[in-house]
Structures are given as C-alpha cells and as structure tokens.
Design a protein around this ligand. Structure first.
Ligand code: PLP
Length: 406
C-alpha cells in the first residue's frame, strides 16, 4: 500500500483540497469514507447513459440498468461470500437494515415477554430500533457489558441468555473504540441456544474480510458509504431460509407477486424486501467501490491500516493527560481519546482550523460514553489513503491545541 499511496490519493479528488487554508487531513473515516473517481464517474455514467427503472421494463435501457444493478448484488454476494445473491437485500444503509430486521422479527418471531440482547458498545442504530420493538410488543432489552479496555465481558453471556432470548444483535466492530468483537464465538453461542444472530458490520466491512458463511450468522448488515461507496445504499445479508420465513417490510411495487383487492402474494427473494424503485445509481456506484476495494485487497488494507493505528497510538500515548478509550489489542484503525481537563469539542474545533477533520462527541453511542463517565471523545479514524505524514501533522496540531487550551 505504502508504495502506491501517491497514486491512491490521486484517485480521491477531495483529498487534494485545502480546508481553512491547510491541506485537508481527513481522519473521519468511521463517519463516512471519501469516494474514488471510479465511484463518482459511475454515478455520472449511470445518469448519462443507463438511466431507466429496473426489473419492470422490456426496453433495452431498462434491461441494461437491471443488469448493472443486479451485477452489484452478485458483487456483494462475492464480497461477503454469501451462498446466493438472493440472500442480499439492498437497503438505504445499516440503520435501515436493522430497522427492517427488527420490524419484521416483531411480526411473530419476537413475542411479549421475549428478550433481545445487545451489547454496551452498540451504535444507537442497534439500540433504538430494539427499544421501539420492546415498547411495541412488550419484549425486554438486555445488555452485555464491556470491560475497561472496551472488550465484551463474554463470561456474562451465560447469565444473560435465557430461554426467552430470541435475538442477539451486536457490532462486529465498535465505531467509538475500534474493538473487533469475537463474532464467530458469539454466533456459536447464539446457535447453541437457538437464538437469531444479527451483526452490525457498519465499521467492519471496509477494514477486515467478512465471510458470512464462515461466521455462520443469520444476518449481517453494512453501509455502502463507509466502504468508499455513495450514501443511501446498504446491505442486509440474510440466510435464505430465514428470509423466506419472515414477512415483508414495506408494501408496494416490486415486492409483490399477485395483487387483488382481496389478497396479495409476495415476490421471491430478495425482491420481497425491496418495495418501490430502488436507489439504482448509488447501487451501481457501490459496485464500483467494491471493485476498487477488491483491487487493493482487503487483507492489504487491513495490514496497512494496522500500521497507521500502531504508529498513531504510540505517538498519542506520549502526550500528557492522554486517555485512549478502547485499548484492546484487536482493533481496527479507530483512535478515540480524551485529554484531562480539555473538552473534546474544543480540540475538534482547533484541529478543524488547521485542516484536520476528526469527529468529536458521543459518536451515536451515548451509553458507552456513560459507561466511561465522559462527555465524549475525539475520534481519529484512518483509511488506506491516509499517511504517516498526516499522522505527524495531526500530532503536531494536537499538541498546539493542547497548549492553547490548557
Ligand atoms: N452501526 C455502526 C457501528 C455505525 O458506526 C454506524 C454509523 O456510523 C451505523 C451503524 C449506522 O450506519 P448508517 O448511518 O450508514 O446507517
């Protein structure tokens, strides 16, 4: 990766920009990633030469758009190693994916008095939909705690899982700490208790290989925009058998087989879960993003990002008053930290003035912040287009900010 970094950076036009008079250092990749030209061009090409509705027209343009669109489903299947592309359902993103799953599971699978298990490190999008289901049907939300390093307390699983537990929904990687959870172990536990497993892979898919057959999970969700694709496109992988058993989510065109005023029958997978005109342009561009990532190689990306993380962690730890939140050994390239006596937002504002984009705040993980008794963190999150030089600039700017704020 290192030897190709200059070329790689040229593929991302936004990285050439100056922000507040300084070259942009973009360290907010956990929020969203930047897009290579291939992705930007795919959107423009689609509207210039391919635009038509999919699945419903017999004319050539509609068939062309359908082919490009469905090719992406196959690319996603290969990317996560699903058995069949019918197991790949397109959504707007991870948030919609988890909402969809929670709503369809609440129609018969989860009943009053049943229990849903999540973890203490979840993003709000893997907490709130379940709370809404609990309120609606009288189910109970339970939480697997974490330790001070930001690791799951696996020894608590046995006491938390009961014969009422129906679903265990957990992050593959924590967005606020970078912790990589032992998902195979967690899925094995769910299987042994007959519990449905749902994995929030929003922070994993762009950093580490995902093989859903190897993991053995029932559902795996992620977002296109966090893996160099456009916003507005996401994925649910679901086991075919389960998706077939579950009821549809939205009603409308595309998801039906036959409609009469008396009764409607539903389409086959995956269309049963994709009512209405989908986000065709962004799906096609998402395919271009997967091609880009595949060309670089996810294993190489993981190795390079790990080097960046190690380098930055070493430098950060030398700073006075530094507390890194999330200190497990098994992490993606997320560095969340607080500095004694300084509010994270103040650091973020000063870094921004120096052209450095980091995220500050609670990272949509308020319960996690409460756990650590902090108002929020500064989060620097790296991607394969970031460099060691950028980390040096960041550390210098951080030291300058600390001097100004103390
Ligand atoms: N889950 C995790 C762990 C995330 O980090 C995010 C976004 O930051 C989401 C879910 C929600 O993803 P989206 O906003 O793309 O729907």
């Amino acid at each position: 990766m290192k030897d190709r970094i200059l070329q790689i950076r040229k593929d991302f036009p936004i990285l050439q920009q100056h922000v507040n008079g300084n070259p942009l250092v973009y360290f907010d990749n956990a929020a969203t990633t930047q897009k290579p030209l291939e992705v930007i061009d795919a959107i423009s090409n689609y509207y210039t030469t391919q635009n038509a509705n999919v699945h419903r027209g017999n004319h050539s343009l509609s068939q062309l758009a359908t082919t490009y669109y469905e090719n992406v489903r196959e690319k996603v299947r290969v990317f996560v190693n699903a058995k069949s592309s019918t197991e790949i359902v397109f959504t707007r993103g991870t948030t919609e994916a988890i909402n969809l799953l929670s709503k369809i599971l609440a129609k018969g699978t989860i009943k009053k008095g049943d229990e849903i298990l999540v973890t203490e490190m979840e993003h709000h999008s893997n907490i709130v939909p379940w709370q809404m289901v609990c309120e609606e049907i009288g189910a109970i939300l339970k939480v697997l705690p974490i330790n001070t390093k930001g690791e799951l307390e696996l020894n608590k699983l046995d006491e938390l899982i009961t014969n009422k537990t129906r679903v265990f929904s957990f992050a593959h990687v924590s967005n606020a700490m970078g912790t990589i959870n032992p998902i195979k172990e967690l899925v094995a536990t769910t299987k042994s208790h007959g519990i449905i497993s749902i994995i929030d892979g929003a922070q994993a898919a762009s950093h580490i290989p995902v093989d859903v057959q190897d993991i053995g999970c029932d559902f795996y969700c992620f977002s296109g925009h966090k893996i160099y694709g456009p916003t507005g496109i996401g994925v649910i992988y679901g086991k075919e058998e389960l998706l077939n058993q579950l009821p549809p989510y939205h009603g409308g065109g595309e998801m039906i087989d036959k409609v009469t005023f008396e009764k409607t029958t539903y389409n086959v997978l995956p269309f049963k879960f994709e009512a209405g005109t989908p986000n065709i342009a962004d799906t096609i561009a998402f395919g271009a993003a997967l091609d880009y990532v595949n060309e670089l190689g996810i294993e190489k990306i993981a190795a390079y990002e790990h080097e960046l993380l190690t380098y930055a962690t070493g430098k950060l730890m030398q700073l006075e008053g530094m507390q890194i939140i999330g200190t497990t050994n098994n992490k993606t390239s997320v560095l969340s930290f607080v500095i004694a006596g300084i509010h994270p937002t103040d650091i973020g504002i000063l870094l921004d003035k120096m052209g450095i984009a980091v995220r500050t705040g609670q990272h949509c993980a308020q319960p996690l912040m409460d756990k650590f008794k902090i108002p929020g963190t500064v989060r620097a999150s790296f991607a394969f287009y970031n460099t060691f030089e950028e980390i040096d600039i960041f550390i210098d700017a951080l030291q300058k900010s600390m001097r100004m704020l103390k």
